[in-house]
Design a protein around this ligand. Sequence first.
Ligand code: NAD
Length: 505
Amino acid sequence: MSIEKNNDSEIRVVHNWIDGELCKSNSERFGSVTDSATGEQCASVVMSLEEDVKAAIKSSAAAFESWSRTPVLRRAKVMFKLKELIERDRKEIAEIITQEHGKVLDDADGSIQRGLEVVEFACGIPHLIKGEYNDQVGTGVDTYSMRQPMGVCVGITPFNFPAMVPLWMFPMAIACGNTFILKPSEKDPTCAIKWAELLKEAGLPDGVFNVIQGDHVAVNSLLNDAEVAAVSFVGSTPVAEHVYKTASEKGKRVQALGGAKNHLVVMPDADMEQVADALMGAGYGSAGERCMAISAVVTVGDSTDALLEKLLPKIASLKIGPGTDNNNHMGPLITAEHKDKVRSYIDLGESEGASLLVDGRTHDITNSPGYFLGPTLFDNVTKEMRVYQEEIFGPVLTITRVDDFDEAVEIINDHQFGNGTAIFTRDGDAAREFSHKILVGMVGVNVPIPVPLAFHSFGGWKRSLFGCNGVYGMEGVRFYTRLKTVTSRWPTGIRSGAEFSMPTM
Ligand code: NAD
């Protein structure tokens, strides 16, 4: 990768990418990118200025003119080539993710796979973007519709999936004929440059994909620029609301995906071994830093003891350590600040009166360098507690006991978030009723992390998504295009001369 080192400090600097090349900023602000497993700085990232954002937007706006007119088959060819290049380099990309984010290599590779599937979906853009045609809607009159690109699109992404979440966005946007500016998380910014390099190698013209590094300064400049037509955001709910409000007020199309608190309902008839395995992966995998992680377990009736009997030994044998070792199940958290935040939620849960069954603060791994915490499990968590209400985004599972199915549905439906949820049961009727009644965007039946595949779409409800479209799948095509409908009549149709009455079909 062509990321330059700063000669004085030997620290790698991650720059912007504008007009097909790395582009230095005049900014004097830099962020520190750390290896979460060691706590050592591994790179420094530029915090872009408004002038950098302007340069990226100018480049994207200029490139839009010809890219939007490029035949759709040629746009698809770039996606086919990109797919090949990601497959070639996926080991290197997984290593970048593991170093900057901390997740275990196999898990990082899995996240690349889920992003790659969106590239594969985008290869089918000639078919996906087809319009509709009606012959003879009136005498001699035909109507057809087409989907046209929006213009300059922006993607603002979170730290927890530096590969997958950008890949949810830019392949669809670019295949639809837009130009795209990616503003990745400043905590793990290197993958974004890798996407830029691979797209260039895949034959994408300069300016169609640009990268702006930085923080809220860069984001706010992007949101306020009149040239930007559409904004995709994924991150925490307070920022999602800010992005949604600011960009919508400027007349832009916005999809802003926010935080989550995903519930897993355990019915008394569930296979507890299966539930415990599901909770281990969905609660503690990626150190709980997944928007679809299960964080709230809802045990129905007398299911709690049977579950704990299976779950507690599994928690005790969880392997925690650097993500570079695939034998580990869980790596570190992203930063020291985030680790402190998760610890403070464990303190809070204790003070709110929840029963602390497993305390991640005292796990041996916390003595290692890096931002490690052990797994935590709370029982007897009530719906009033903040540890239940708020997103913790770490390896902390809470158990809330309810009397029956209806109460389980009710507390989930009352929760502020509605990203994902799951029910574990052997009863088809309970599962079906749950899927119908639950006010959540993505539902799993005996599937703990029901992330839809690329040909469906991803998106939550309530305070987990602001805007009306989910990401990728046909929702992605709709979001990154606007509908135009043409009604036409050819001159032979007006041979009889002018008509003065209101045309009716
Ligand atoms: P974050 O909201 O802190 O940051 C997301 C992006 O917004 C980053 O690029 C960041 O630079 C930018 N940003 C941060 N503060 C800003 C501000 N004040 N003004 C403008 N821009 C700002 O989120 P994060 O900590 O990087 O990621 C974790 C969060 O993302 C969790 O809440 C998680 O649930 C959520 N997430 C949601 C989904 C989903 O699909 N719903 C997917 C992944 C992550």
